[in-house]
Write a protein of this length. Structure first.
Length: 317
């Protein structure tokens, strides 16, 4: 059973709540000292990996002044801050790129890592044989799809023409419409680019369809990683292309032990890096899987959770 620390207004109080999961109930135990927090918090955090959507960015796809300031403060205090997102490079928000000192971008759920010059320093594309298996599984499915190639998004034209019809929120309409390519025949596009795909995504608002397709792909294609960053998405990468493996790879490049890393996210595609990092954090509206993997829970992205996390790290780690 894993205990998770819940931050309650860390700017004004040191009180924490340890949440113990039981089969019948959740029991919150108030403690007034952080001395019994995981031993990892005694290690200095040197590398901080942050998911973007729903974690660092608000539900309106914006960066708050408090989080912006906290990121700059973390960098000024010698912490290497890395983005760890499901987005490809070409859709990185300018508000993030404008922060001096964010030198590393883990993109496409870990399929690619870029340095501050936007040079790709790590890549884990889908294997051509697996792409062909995916296409075979999906041959009879009429479903919206996207593909990420070399940092760019190529999306089904039906989706970019009418994002709201396929579950997109108002805040992300411009994001979808700004895709690099608006493709009439995504199946052909995926086949033509089968040797260079960072990721394939399938989108459906029907939970039964998503469950059925997820199961079919899981059973038919062994060497892929299947995850989701939002309710309507099924995201496919090579089995080595996870945020956790990318974080480990980046830490190795930088000569940083994983015990000296922190990762924060909100969705299932963040859970593995939260679990594998030295100090894992989740926002309080994160998926159940994320919360279960986290050592520490902060307020949601609309309430400056990342700023709370950074304040805690700088004060305690």
């Amino acid at each position: 059973m894993k205990a998770t620390i819940f931050a309650i207004d860390l700017f004004s109080t040191a009180e924490q709540y340890v949440l113990h999961e039981t089969q019948s109930a959740k029991t919150a135990v108030c403690v007034t000292s952080v001395l019994k927090l995981y031993e990892v918090t005694m290690n200095k955090i040197k590398l901080l990996a942050l998911d973007l959507d729903g974690t660092t960015l608000t539900s309106k796809n914006t960066l708050t002044p408090a989080v912006n300031s906290a990121l700059e403060k973390a960098i000024a205090n010698g912490i290497t801050v890395a983005v760890a997102t499901g987005r490809p490079l070409g859709t990185m928000p300018q508000s993030i790129l404008d922060i001096k000192g964010i030198d590393y971008l883990i993109t496409s759920n870990g399929a690619a890592i870029y340095d501050k010059s936007r040079k790709k320093i790590h890549s884990a594309t889908l294997r051509e044989s697996d792409v062909l298996k995916i296409l075979d599984v999906m041959k009879d499915e009429d479903i919206i799809s996207e593909a990420f190639v070399d940092g760019l998004t190529y999306t089904d034209k039906r989706y970019s023409d009418n994002p709201l019809a396929y579950g997109c929120t108002e805040a992300y309409i411009d994001y979808v419409k700004s895709s690099h390519g608006h493709i009439e025949d995504m199946r052909k596009f995926i086949f033509d680019h089968r040797h260079e795909l960072d990721s394939i995504e399938y989108i459906s608002t029907d939970p039964n369809t998503r469950k059925r397709i997820w199961s079919m792909l899981e059973n038919a294609v062994e060497d892929i990683f299947i995850t989701t960053s939002s309710e309507h998405f099924i995201e496919l990468m090579d089995k080595s292309a996870t945020k956790a493996s990318a974080l480990s790879h980046l830490a190795n490049i930088l000569g940083i032990d994983m015990q000296n890393t922190c990762a924060c996210g909100n969705a299932d595609n963040d859970a593995d890096m939260i679990a594998e990092s030295g100090f894992g954090a989740a926002v309080d509206d994160a998926s159940k899987k994320c919360i279960e993997c986290a050592d520490f829970v902060v307020p949601d992205s609309d309430n400056d959770g990342v700023a709370v996390l950074i304040d805690y790290i700088l004060s305690n780690c």
